[in-house]
Write a protein that binds this ligand. Structure first.
Ligand SMILES: [Zn+2]
Length: 256
């Protein structure tokens, strides 16, 4: 078990059994996730960031270099960074808040293999409401039932302390953290799973904001039904891969 904020890197030597193809595949998926997110309007200009732990080392992670628009990101824009901030592979610079936030998460939680951070509009809108995401309001929201954390805003994550605080906000079993007055952080075991969660979080947030904007009284399902639906989402183990593959095909078509 890993406690929030506890330094717990388990593999600091390179695992030579991990193939170069496997390493490239993770980078390729990560780069595609940026382009797909841009296609959905989830990016904040050239800011915000996605990361994935290097398949052969727990203390290295892939991160987007600062500068490119998300729709133009390729594997060449993905840099490999160690926990000291050294760029061990690739060219370019990391954004300071990107490095601090993602190091904080990966260092505290080695199981958080992939971390996405965005200011996508509907999730961010809910981050400034007291309720946040109400996971009993829609079927899509049940995916996150009892699995969303919240963290008060602590200013820009320009130093180690704030990055560590954000990393520490992830509790066991949580797959998303609403960063108050700021945005959202999504955790996944791989890129397709993180994308699946990012996508459905935004869709659930969008529906909630629209429903609340009617001013009408909202209908909530019971806790038991929400739990049941959440378990079903979790059992759909092939769904993230299917969605991500479809998103990749669509993004490729639109780029032609
Ligand atoms: Zn941010």
């Amino acid at each position: 078990m890993v406690k929030g904020g506890e330094y717990c890197a388990v593999m600091t030597m390179t695992d030579e059994s991990v193939s170069a193809e496997r390493i490239h595949a993770v980078k390729d998926d990560l780069a595609a996730a940026f382009r797909i997110a841009a296609m959905h309007g989830f990016n904040e200009g050239v800011d915000n960031h996605f990361s994935a732990v290097h398949p052969a080392r727990d203390d290295w992670f892939f991160l987007n270099r600062y500068g490119p628009y998300w729709s133009e990101i390729t594997t060449d824009d993905i840099i490999t960074v160690d926990f000291d901030g050294n760029i061990v592979e690739g060219e370019g610079q990391w954004d300071v808040t990107a490095f601090m936030i993602h190091r904080g998460c990966h260092r505290a939680h080695p199981h958080a293999r992939v971390v996405f951070h965005t200011h996508q509009p509907y999730a961010t809108a809910l981050s400034i409401t007291k309720t946040g995401l109400d996971t009993r309001l829609s079927q899509n929201a049940t995916h996150f039932h009892n699995r969303v954390g919240r963290l008060p805003y602590g200013g820009l994550a320009s130093g180690e302390e704030e990055g560590t605080r954000i990393g520490s906000a992830i509790s066991e079993g949580q797959i998303a953290v609403l960063l108050d007055n700021h945005g959202v952080m999504i955790i996944g075991e791989d890129v397709p799973q993180a994308w699946f969660r990012l996508y459905f979080f935004e869709r659930a947030a969008q529906v909630q904001v629209l429903a609340q904007s009617t001013g009408d009284e909202l209908v909530r399902m019971t806790d038991g039904v929400a739990q049941q639906a959440q378990a079903f989402f979790d059992s759909e183990v092939h769904a993230p891969g299917a969605l991500f593959a479809a998103e990749r095909r669509r993004e490729e078509l639109l780029r032609r």
